[in-house]
Design a protein around this ligand. Structure first.
Ligand code: 13P
Ligand code: SF4
Length: 306
């Protein structure tokens, strides 16, 4: 995007944001210019905590649909706006409430843990949620020997099993963006940058995770890179994270594990759509009260464990 247009739109957004008493929340995978206009940028966990605690009247959520739904669940009295209503999460769509109800009947004693990347309808069927930052702690907080059904990310599920030793039934879902990364991609990046530490998101396949120097959520990767004595890092997550990494650690070097690590849905939000969303306060995301009441239990239980 042209720098002049970015500056003009940024100025208009900042002015309108004040008039609307709005807060702009953005995920680390968002376009750089969208992250730069946000009041708060974070991983899924930090964004849900912010959404739960803000005193703004309007939340403009620069992320994907399930994130805006979580904001609506946790802050039901606020107006929640998702600048592009088609910004969904294909992984979240890999499980729906009816499929989950059937699975629950097969293992009625199981505690159902859902990745936060799920719809509100699915959350309403679950006992506790987790994000990639607290998934291990959430599962470890459940009583030993308790059967667990984990939805929908089988890769994150494998990672939790490897860390907790728990026996979990895993749903057959995954994030296509992360799941496409292969060990061959990672080994090639390692060959090109032999001194770099490898940071891997747990949405990647287990064999890729096994090669990592650090497995972490997006926020975890940023803290690790900033605090580490190392100066070079290979990044195995969506490439939007390069923007905060470079901003926060300007003297360090970051290399993508693959140029295919792009989430098309996270890129749907543009600065222009953020501006339009502030003008019209549309498209709104509002979780119906009946679903919200049930879905909020599993999100609030998660926030207690953090
Ligand atoms: P985190 O930022 O919580 O690590 O989530 C990654 C992701 O894929 C969000 O959709
Ligand atoms: Fe969903 Fe993957 Fe995109 Fe995150 S990166 S929003 S998990 S498709």
């Amino acid at each position: 995007m042209d720098q002049k247009i970015i500056l003009e739109l940024t100025e208009k957004i900042l002015k309108l944001k004040k008039e609307r008493k709005a807060v702009i929340l953005a995920h680390f995978y968002q376009r750089p210019e969208v992250q730069d206009v946000a009041d708060f940028i974070g991983d899924s966990l930090a964004l849900s905590q912010k959404a739960a605690n803000t005193d703004a009247e309007v939340i403009v959520f620069c992320g994907v649909h399930f994130m805006a739904e979580s904001a609506s669940i946790l802050s039901p009295d606020k107006i929640v706006v998702l600048p592009d209503e088609n910004a969904g999460c294909p992984m979240a769509d890999m499980v729906d409430a009816v499929q989950l109800q059937h699975k629950k009947q097969e293992i009625p004693d199981a505690t159902v843990v859902c990745y936060v990347n799920t719809s509100a309808d699915v959350k309403a069927e679950c006992d506790i949620a987790c994000t990639s930052a607290n998934a291990v702690n959430v599962v470890a907080s459940l009583p030993e020997g308790q059967p667990v059904l984990f939805v929908p990310d089988k890769n994150l599920g494998h990672y939790i099993i490897s860390k907790t030793g728990r026996d979990m039934t895993l749903w057959e879902g995954c994030c296509n963006t992360h799941d496409h990364l292969t060990t061959a991609d990672v080994l090639k990046a390692r060959e090109e940058h032999p001194d770099a530490l490898l940071m891997v998101h747990p949405e990647c396949r287990p064999e890729v995770v096994a090669l990592a120097d650090k497995v972490a959520s997006t926020a975890g990767m940023i803290s690790f890179a900033c605090e580490s004595e190392a100066t070079e890092f290979i990044v195995a997550t969506e490439m939007g994270i390069l923007h905060p990494l470079k901003k926060r650690c300007p003297d360090k070097h970051f290399y993508m594990a693959s140029q295919s690590l792009v989430c098309p849905n996270m890129k749907k939000t543009t600065l222009d759509k953020v501006y339009q969303a502030l003008v019209t306060l549309e498209p709104r995301v509002k979780v119906p009260e009946k679903i919200r009441e049930r879905a909020s239990i599993c999100l609030e239980r998660m926030l207690e464990v953090v």
